[in-house]
Design a protein around this ligand. Structure first.
Ligand SMILES: Cc1cc2nc3c(=O)[nH]c(=O)nc-3n(C[C@H](O)[C@H](O)[C@H](O)COP(=O)(O)OP(=O)(O)OC[C@H]3O[C@@H](n4cnc5c(N)ncnc54)[C@H](O)[C@@H]3O)c2cc1C
Length: 463
């Protein structure tokens, strides 16, 4: 009888799951890729979907399409809910609540991280973050919707609130979003409204630190602050947001205003590891840190379970940052380790090669830090552009993205300005208790608790 192929289950088709899936595609193993979304999301460009430059499809190719040529890979749209590490089983649900389980010989878990509100989950009602496509579309609705509301309002104080955007967190996501919203107002929307001048829109970045983009070092932080000021973005540093409501934020800080009146607040501060990290830690005896990240062994496996790897944003090892490159290299290391073991070779510890960091601040302006070498301005932007195009999945996406950039940066147009007037719902990265209120069922058609559900739920099964 033919020997059964080695079964590798990969949880998460993001930067930590996809490279491993690709590397194992076509090899003599059986790969199951489980993700609760049908796409691989290029999170670094989410802010361009939120501000109308790119369409969701350009940064989110379907996992099934990416893996179509690998006959040994199957893709499953399911949400992983738990692990039995002793029995080597992954538990999941599909269409919202139908149980399904997957047996594995090797397991790679890369479930990423969610937004953290540092214990103030109620802020999420009024200050959504940006982790998923639905988040980006929700932000697009709020940002472009605020300009539309401003047009309809005659009270100048209320109009000003609509034209004020507060972004909490001056890391790369906050800085990039701030730059884009300001450029949206000053370039793309300029001259389009009758009752106000779009270029008067205020964009305010609030952060507890002393400089924006602190992780890039003092020199680039100072340059970033200057560029932001030139773009007309207001910086409120050394400030802690202590309250968020529908009409503004309350702030504590020596030199900060006590309150900013704004109809749109966006949360770009803090991450919390996927709850799957805590489940794996509990099952293996590993530690989790304050951000919920599981401490992995130097070879990225879990204590007592050399067959289980955890990689990417949900893990901690040697203070490595939560960036795409760490997740991708960890992913390749895990898949290579599986293959090495099958050949009877020794496993190796994970070594991270730091390829540097990039962040764009606005049109043709970015900062780059590679091994102590720094670059800013147009040169930095060219590096940023090539890096992002290189890592974007699919030739077609690269080409159309480049064209969109040229169109919005040389010209002024943003073609993705439509937004739904309904709540986008479904896949928002809100804290559980907030999500339950705004969107009770992610798959309403199949909701087993819904008496209207005519077909009834599919039956549970094992694979
Ligand atoms: C707005 C934004 C901008 C960023 N910009 C940059 C940047 O410029 N440069 C950079 O290097 N990094 C950037 N990052 C960080 C980078 O995107 C992450 O470090 C990287 O995505 C981590 O990869 P991951 O695989 O750990 O997580 P992810 O890429 O988030 O993938 C996790 C996957 O797991 C799936 N999943 C989660 N839970 C479950 C479950 N229970 N069941 C099934 N599937 C599940 C998710 O659907 C997702 O597909 C940015 C992040 C964000 C949010």
């Amino acid at each position: 009888m033919a020997e059964r192929a080695h079964r590798v289950v990969i949880v998460g088709g993001g930067f930590g799951g996809l490279p491993a899936t690709r590397l194992l595609g076509g090899k003599d193993v059986e790969v199951t890729l489980i993700d609760r979304r049908n796409h691989h999301l290029f999170q670094p460009l989410l802010y361009q979907v939120a501000t109308g430059t790119l369409s969701p499809g350009q940064i989110a190719p379907a996992l099934r399409h990416i893996t179509r040529k690998a006959n040994n890979v199957r893709v499953q749209l399911a949400e992983v809910t738990g692990f039995d590490l002793d029995q080597r089983v992954v538990h999941a649900v599909y269409v919202g609540s139908v149980p399904i389980s997957y047996h594995y010989d090797s397991l790679i878990v890369a479930a990423g991280a969610n937004q953290s509100y540092f214990g103030n989950e109620q802020f999420a009602f009024y200050a959504p973050g940006m982790k998923t496509l639905d988040d980006a579309l929700e932000l697009r609705r709020r940002v472009l919707g605020a300009f539309e509301m401003a047009e309809m309002i005659s009270d100048p104080i209320e109009q000003r609130k609509c034209l004020t955007f507060v972004i909490v967190g001056a890391g790369p996501t906050g800085v990039e979003l701030a730059g884009q919203i300001r450029e949206l107002a000053t370039r793309s929307l300029r001259g389009e409204f009758d009752t106000f001048d779009a270029t008067s829109a205020r964009v305010i970045l609030v952060d507890g630190g002393t400089e924006p983009l602190a992780a890039f070092g003092e020199h680039l932080s100072a340059k970033t602050a200057k560029t932001l000021a030139r773009l007309g973005i207001e910086l409120v540093m050394g400030a802690k947001v202590i309250g968020v409501d529908p009409t503004g934020v309350d702030i504590a800080g020596k030199d900060a205003p006590a309150r900013i009146e704004a109809r749109t607040t966006i949360w770009a501060a803090g991450v919390q590891a996927s709850p799957l990290a805590a489940l794996l830690a509990e099952a293996s005896g590993a530690q989790v840190d304050r951000a919920g990240r599981i401490a992995v062994l130097p070879d990225l496996t879990l204590p007592g379970h050399p067959e289980v790897f955890a990689v990417g944003d949900m893990t901690s090892l040697n203070n490595l940052p939560g960036v795409a490159e760490v997740a991708m290299q960890g992913s390749l290391h895990s898949a290579n380790t599986v293959l090495r073991r099958l050949k009877g070779k020794e496993t190796k510890d994970f070594t991270y090669r730091d390829l540097g960091s990039v962040a764009t601040i606005g049109r043709f302006r970015a900062v780059v830090k590679v091994k102590g070498v720094t670059l800013s301005g147009f040169g930095g932007w060219l590096v940023w552009m090539f890096v992002h195009l290189a890592f974007l999945s699919g030739f077609g996406n690269r080409l159309t993205t480049l064209l969109r950039w040229l169109r919005s940066m040389i010209g002024r147009s943003r073609v993705e300005r439509e937004f739904s007037v309904a709540h986008t719902g479904g896949d928002l990265s809100l804290p559980e208790q907030v999500l339950r209120v705004v969107e009770p069922s992610p798959f309403p058609l199949f909701d087993v608790t819904d008496p209207q559900n005519r077909g009834g739920p599919p039956s549970a099964h094992e694979t």
